[in-house]
Design a protein around this ligand. Structure first.
Ligand code: ZEM
Length: 290
């Protein structure tokens, strides 16, 4: 999709931002009955992940510093199709809180979405430096390809510094949202409650009979019983790969263990490569209903 995000060249100053206020403003943007399944939460989580998941631990580049996903060419990479919708939705928060950096805004939006949709508290720190040009965009190809299998998934996530347990916890985010034919080419939600954060990615992966979808689109799976729910080839790798499978079994049986490990891995993802100011505190936000 096109990118209409305005690069606002305000000087970011992390100390001057009221993050509890920003949390509330983002939370109030989540619901919209006319959008998808009624919530921007899933696409905010995907934005936070793609903002951060470019990190390369060997090269030391990529990650959420700079919020470079809003610049071309990164904004236009195939993997990022549709994320302009999330960035544009968040622009009002930047306007109201001009001193937040885009890296902080996009990662915090993922935290708010996970928590407000019923997931665990995600420890989060502010202080990602701003970048005002595309010069620190990484090259294309750093994010995983849903059409591929376990060895590709490991190559991508080991490059970021994750182990098999963390990778499996992270893929549990596919409990949220759906695939859009006009974004990734794939189609459908992973389960019947795409706006509630649960361990259903793992329970559905194990409990449904997954069969190839009969259509002209890219190869993917649908549940045999209803044909309404989907799995990517990369998702199926977590069922078939014995090392991933250990954690799939654990998280299907124990939602609390999933929530705990997801919180740790997602918090780590959002911090990859970031040089936080020493005195930047760790926030554990309260959800709006508390
Ligand atoms: Zn996703 N993801 N992802 N993911 N993802 C999609 C959607 C969402 C992969 C992938 O190819 C795709 C992680 C890991 C991996 C979310 C969160 C996280 C889509 C559909 C694809 C194709 C995009 C579309 O059409 O809109 C692959 C191959 C992954 C690793 C192997 C991790 C890690 C995530 C967060 C922690 C979320 C929430 C969505 C749903 C977005 C939406 O708009 O509903």
């Amino acid at each position: 999709g096109g990118d209409n995000t305005v690069a606002r060249n305000f000087d970011a100053d992390w100390r001057k931002v009221d993050y509890n206020k920003v949390y509330r403003e983002i939370a109030e943007l989540l619901e919209d009955e006319d959008y998808d399944d009624g919530s921007y939460g899933p696409v905010f989580v995907r934005l936070a992940w793609h903002t951060s998941g470019t990190f390369d631990k060997t090269k030391g580049d990529g990650g959420s510093t700079g919020g470079t996903i809003r610049f071309h060419p990164e904004a236009g990479y195939g993997a990022n199709a549709g994320l302009d919708i999330a960035r544009n939705r968040l622009e009002v928060v930047k306007r109201n809180n001009p001193q937040i950096s885009y890296g902080d805004l996009y990662t915090l939006a993922g935290v708010v979405a996970v928590q407000e949709l019923g997931g665990p508290v995600i420890p989060w720190r502010p202080g990602r430096e701003e970048r005002l040009s595309a010069s620190s965009c990484t090259s294309d190809g750093r994010l995983p390809d849903g059409a591929k299998g376990a060895s590709h998934v490991r190559d991508i996530f080991y490059r970021m510094g994750f182990d098999d347990k963390e990778i499996t916890a992270l893929i549990g985010a596919h409990t949220l949202g759906r695939c859009h034919p006009n974004r990734s080419g794939f189609d459908g939600p992973w389960n019947a409650s795409p706006t509630t954060f649960t361990n259903f990615f793992f329970t559905e992966l194990k409990n449904q009979d997954w069969v190839p979808k009969k259509w002209d689109g890219p190869f993917q799976y649908v549940d045999k019983a209803s044909g309404q729910f989907m799995m990517l080839p990369a998702d199926m790798a977590f069922l078939t790969d014995p090392k991933f499978r250990v954690y799939v079994d654990k998280y299907a049986d124990d939602e609390e263990a999933f929530f705990k490990d997801f919180a740790g891995a997602f918090s780590k993802l959002l911090s990859l490569g970031v040089k936080f100011p020493d005195d930047a505190p760790v926030y554990k936000f309260k959800t709006l209903d508390l």
